[in-house]
Design a protein around this ligand. Structure first.
Ligand code: C2E
Ligand code: CA
Ligand code: CA
Length: 675
């Protein structure tokens, strides 16, 4: 019996099942109590004259009070959202009440039964039976309560009928028994059906949930970059489309980011480190953008950011770009290595710069290329002129790829002179591109494109090869300075390739001087050091170019075995007029002296500058005053004519331009003419 009051069967009912049971009972129980009350009322009235007052009035009133209290309780529960634990409690209470009420009702019925004649007895038994049966039906959602009602409510009166000496009463009792058995069966099957429907329904709900979750995951995969978790290109396209279509009064700023030097790290440290770096970049971007907008990874080392601003929000966009440039330039610590990268960013704004999604993306890309071409680690906001510049650049690139194998790139030579002796001590090789249309393009324009196309190594070797041919007949104390791009230090075979050319042409390495800028030492100092040491070991000289414009770090000067410092022409130009430039040049010369390095001043255009440099103790100089970069033919003419005019130029050996004449530029021109 105790088992009967325990709702927990071997497998506890699921929460969904309990909730459904509760919902059904909430609907049925008040109805059941109403039925029961009517039955009690009729039974009381029907027996009012035949039994003592306690039996026909006291018991029905007591029953009615219990019924009213319980009915009220369940009625109130109609609005209560109960937790599964509460429902379990309610159901236990309902079971106990069902047992109690059925026992009272059944007992009362069987007591009334004994007082009556057979016809009345049958009528009372029917009241009890019908009342109990209707309760049973209402309790379909809680079959154990139904069982209790059958057992305690119906059985006492049925037993009385069965044991009655009256045949017709006996048959009624038998009938009750059969019907009770049928009801029992119906209760069980309907409950099983109820359970099955619920299971099917909850199965269907679970299936729907699973389908929805799978859809969400698929959706997420379609719109997310799996490596960084950032939104992807598709998400960006949709965001832009949505903004363009929404015709909002605000504006949308699109930032296109391309990482500088990422490929280098990916190649040298492996793809694992590359992936970690991309993830770290994504985290930084998320932190920068916060809830102002969204960050995206478009693939490779390309990222994008969108932010929505007020129509005059150009300050917000440049502030954001500034922060991104700064934060991306801060070092990244990955697997114990510190990596230095940076980002070039292009900004395009809807609707100021573009009227469609495609145009917005294209213009942000164009602005990004502009930022790259201006030296990386910076941002550019789109301007219509950029598109034309980019188109011209694309033409240049196409033609460059055709012209490079056709030897259209030729070395030119600019003399470097000794300020003490006035003689040529060497030349700086400066590349020139002789285009098919007859125009000559300078290296400032084409070197960045050659670098970006990854052809700088090939170009340098071709030029060096030509230098070896051109300079073979020149006096062998003249050195030739070759400019090396920072990115060439990424090639681990760089020194071997240079040496291979010199060996093939049987050109002495001591006649070659390499000019590098400090940028080459920043991105990968260890690699640069290794390559430079191997070249130095072969006897080549090393010059630090454009000194004063970059980091001008003493550490860089100490790090590598430099022979020479080249003072940038931005200081040299005004050294005779500007006190700041004078102080700077003077400081560099003293620094070089203390480090036992020789100094070359670049960009000497006037005699007054030349004389100031001489006074400051600068040993060598280069500039238009002594001659512009000239072709190999002109260089030969110069060397020969100088030889003829100053075969033994005082005070020292060499090929004097200055020593015997006060107007050297005229002399160079003269010497070329006479040569
Ligand atoms: P740089 O190494 O600083 O070369 C000196 C530049 O200053 C040359 O420009 C030269 O023509 C110019 N210059 C020389 N004297 C004067 C002067 O008195 N006044 C003025 N205003 N300018 C003077 P250029 O030939 O246009 O070369 C530009 C840069 O391109 C070079 O700067 C060098 O960094 C790079 N470059 C040239 N050839 C090569 C090359 O073969 N490989 C690499 N990687 N870079 C090269
Ligand atoms: Ca140079
Ligand atoms: Ca220079």
């Amino acid at each position: 019996m105790f088992e009967l009051f325990r709702l927990r069967s071997r497998t506890p009912p699921s929460d969904a099942f309990l909730l459904e049971q509760y919902a059904t009972l909430r609907r049925q129980i008040p109805l059941m109590y109403a039925l029961m009350f009517i039955n009690v009322l009729f039974l009381g009235i029907a027996t009012f004259h035949d039994v003592p007052l306690g039996m026909s009035f006291g018991i029905p009133v007591a029953l009615s009070i219990v019924i009213a209290v319980r009915a009220l309780l369940w009625f109130r529960r109609r609005t209560i959202v109960a937790a599964p634990a509460d429902i379990q409690r309610y159901l236990r209470g309902t079971l106990i009440t069902a047992g109690l009420l059925s026992a009272i009702f059944g007992g009362w019925g069987s007591l009334l039964f004994s007082e009556q004649d057979p016809v009345r007895s049958a009528a009372i038994a029917l009241y009890v039976f019908v009342g109990a049966m209707s309760c049973c039906f209402c309790m379909q959602a809680l079959p154990r309560a139904g069982h209790l009602i059958l057992l305690l409510g119906v059985m006492p009166v049925t037993v009385r009928l069965l044991v009655s000496s009256d045949w017709s009463l006996f048959t009624v009792g038998t009938n009750f028994l059969v019907v009770a058995a049928l009801i029992l069966r119906t209760l069980t099957t309907s409950h099983t059906g109820f359970k099955q429907v619920l299971e099917t329904r909850s199965g269907m709900i679970a299936e729907q949930e699973r389908a929805r979750a799978a859809e969400r995951i698929a959706q997420d995969l379609a719109y997310r970059d799996p490596l960084t978790g950032l939104r992807n290109r598709r998400a960006l396209s949709e965001r832009l489309d949505q903004f363009v279509a929404s015709r909002q009064p605000t504006q949308l700023c699109l930032f296109m980011l391309d990482l500088d030097r990422f490929k280098e790290i990916n190649d040298s440290h492996g793809h694992g480190a590359g992936d970690r770096l991309l993830q770290a970049v994504a985290s930084r971007l998320i932190a920068i953008v916060g809830d102002l907008g969204h960050a995206y990874r478009l693939g490779g080392d390309e990222f994008a950011v969108t932010i929505e601003t007020a129509p005059d929000g150009s300050f917000a966009s440049t502030a954001m770009a500034d922060r991104m440039v700064q934060d991306m330039a801060a070092p990244f610590l990955i697997h114990g290595f510190t990596h230095h990268i940076s980002a070039s960013i292009g900004i395009s704004i809807f609707p100021a710069d573009a009227i469609s999604r495609e145009m917005l993306m294209q213009h942000a890309d164009i602005a990004m290329y502009d930022a790259k071409s201006l030296g990386r680690s910076r941002y550019s906001s789109f301007e219509p002129a950029m598109a034309a510049k980019l188109a011209a650049r694309a033409v240049l690139e196409r033609e460059m790829r055709v012209d490079l194998p056709a030897n259209a790139f030729q070395p030119h030579y600019q003399p470097i002179v000794s300020l003490a002796s006035g003689s040529i001590v060497g030349f700086e090789m400066l590349a020139r591109w002789n285009r098919t249309d007859g125009a000559t393009v300078g290296p400032a324009e084409f070197i960045p494109i050659v670098e970006e196309c990854g052809l700088i190594g090939e170009l340098t070797l071709k030029l060096l090869d030509q230098v070896c041919i051109d300079a073979a007949d020149w006096p062998n104390d003249l050195t030739i300075a070759i400019n090396v791009s920072p990115i060439q230090f990424r090639d681990p075979w760089f020194s071997e390739k240079i040496l291979a050319v010199l060996t093939r042409r049987v050109f002495p390495s001591r006649r070659i001087s390499l000019e590098i800028t400090e940028n080459a030492l920043i991105s990968d100092p260890i690699a640069a050091q290794r390559i430079i040491e191997s070249l130095k070991n072969q006897g080549m000289a090393l010059a630090l170019d454009d000194f004063g414009t970059g980091y001008s770090s003493l550490q860089h000067l100490r790090m590598l075995p430099f022979d020479k410092l080249k003072i940038d022409r931005s200081f040299v130009r005004n050294v005779d007029r500007d006190d700041g430039a004078y102080q700077m040049v003077s400081a560099i010369i003293r620094l070089a002296d203390s480090l036992k390095l020789s100094v070359v001043a670049e960009g000497v255009e006037s005699l007054s500058v030349c004389q100031t440099l001489q006074r400051l103790g600068c040993r060598e100089a280069q500039g238009y005053l002594f001659g512009k970069a000239m072709s190999a033919v002109d260089t030969n003419l110069l060397l020969h004519s100088s030889r003829y005019r100053w075969p033994t130029a005082p005070p020292g050996p060499g090929h004097s331009l200055l020593a015997t004449a006060p107007e050297p530029a005229t002399l160079v021109r003269e010497s070329r003419l006479t040569g």
